[in-house]
Ligand binder design. Structure first.
Ligand SMILES: Nc1nc2c(ncn2[C@@H]2O[C@H](COP(=O)(O)OP(=O)(O)OP(=O)(O)O)[C@@H](O)[C@H]2O)c(=O)[nH]1
Ligand SMILES: [Mg+2]
Ligand SMILES: [Zn+2]
Length: 312
């Protein structure tokens, strides 16, 4: 009869943002509780389902005691060459490109490949469609992604139409916005979630300070349904790679054409009778997509050479 049972009860919640040993957890009643992670071994990311107990620990109101095994993980390789999970339990990746900053389509290809490998749906947003020349700058890429079967949405924070199309795409999903710094991810959050004020900053100011405007991933509930994670923009994105033979599954058109290659184990690099190379020569596969594929195969092979134990 010592403690109130309520205070000791273990509850479940979802991490809506995390930073170091601190995390904000949202409970079933949509209350947000500032929690700390128990011990040194637990690591929580945005989207994690966790168990926590009420506790008064140095400014935090709760203590996270357990992280429920993740259904999916979106990760990147960090500077030390270690995989780092960006968000957990997602169902969809939304790759945002814009005319400004100048689009890096190789980066977009890598995000889409990472989504395929992680078992996530994916779509592409061509943002800042109000800027002059947007259709010319992004049109070809958008047509390419649409032809691969990725839903594409043109959007701008300056008109509601695109946001509605995007909201429809997000309704049933737990999605993450990814892309270069300054493409307008947080501006899309502000458009889709009235009342929140995700920080937005002029690209030039962000570049001067050497920092991206959004510094931690945050999860928002969308009024039209679905959840959306705003993630910090990147200059580059290196996905954790499958073995070289698995890279093709990240590229839908390559996986499709591969069925017609002369050799079953064709890597589509320079083998004779390669249907992927033939489709590229015929203009059916953009050269950029093949370059993105080969770059990742080379990286995956380099990793195998450095770590021969991975071959087994
Ligand atoms: N013209 C135009 N400018 C936009 C649009 N959306 C965002 N911007 C501007 O682009 C700049 C960057 O926008 P953010 O929303 O902060 O971009 P972000 O992708 O969240 O950037 P990071 O947090 O650094 O990854 C700001 O100056 C915005 O006002 C748009 O649809 N059209
Ligand atoms: Mg941002
Ligand atoms: Zn081939």
């Amino acid at each position: 009869m010592n403690q109130e049972p309520e205070a000791q009860a273990t509850r479940e919640g979802r991490v809506v943002s995390s930073h170091g040993r601190d995390a904000v957890v949202e409970d079933a009643a949509h209350r947000r509780i500032h929690c700390r992670l128990r011990g040194r071994r637990l690591a929580a990311v945005c989207g994690d389902i966790v168990r926590w107990v009420a506790a008064d620990t140095e400014g935090a109101a709760g203590l996270i005691t357990e992280i429920i095994p993740r259904g999916t993980e979106l990760a990147r390789m960090n500077m030390r060459g270690q995989p780092e999970v960006i968000a957990a339990n997602l169902t969809q990746l939304v790759s945002v490109i814009a005319p400004l900053p100048a689009p890096d389509l190789g980066l977009c290809d890598r995000y889409l490949a990472a989504a395929e490998w992680a078992g996530l749906k994916a779509c592409v947003v061509a943002n800042k469609s109000d800027l002059p020349g947007a259709k010319v700058l992004l049109g070809e890429a958008i047509d390419c992604y649409a032809a691969l079967g990725y839903p594409v949405v043109w959007a701008t924070k300056n008109a509601p139409g695109g946001a509605q199309d995007l909201a429809a795409q997000l309704r049933e999903e737990i999605s993450v916005l990814v892309g270069q710094s300054g493409v307008g991810k947080s501006s899309l959050i502000n458009l889709l979630v009235p009342g929140v004020e995700a920080t937005v900053q002029e690209i030039s100011r962000a570049a001067e300070t050497g920092k991206h405007t959004t510094s931690v991933a945050s999860l928002y509930q969308l009024p039209a349904g679905g959840d959306l994670v705003d993630s910090p923009g990147v200059r580059d994105f290196a996905p954790p790679l499958p073995p070289p033979r698995g890279i093709a599954s990240g590229f839908r058109e390559i996986a499709r054409h591969a069925a017609n290659c002369r050799f079953k184990d064709c890597m589509h690099l320079r083998e004779p009778g390669c249907a992927v190379a033939a489709a590229t020569t015929a203009g059916e596969i953009p050269a950029r997509r093949i370059a993105s594929y080969r770059q990742l195969v080379n990286q995956a092979e380099g990793r195998l050479r450095r770590n021969p134990q991975l071959r087994r």
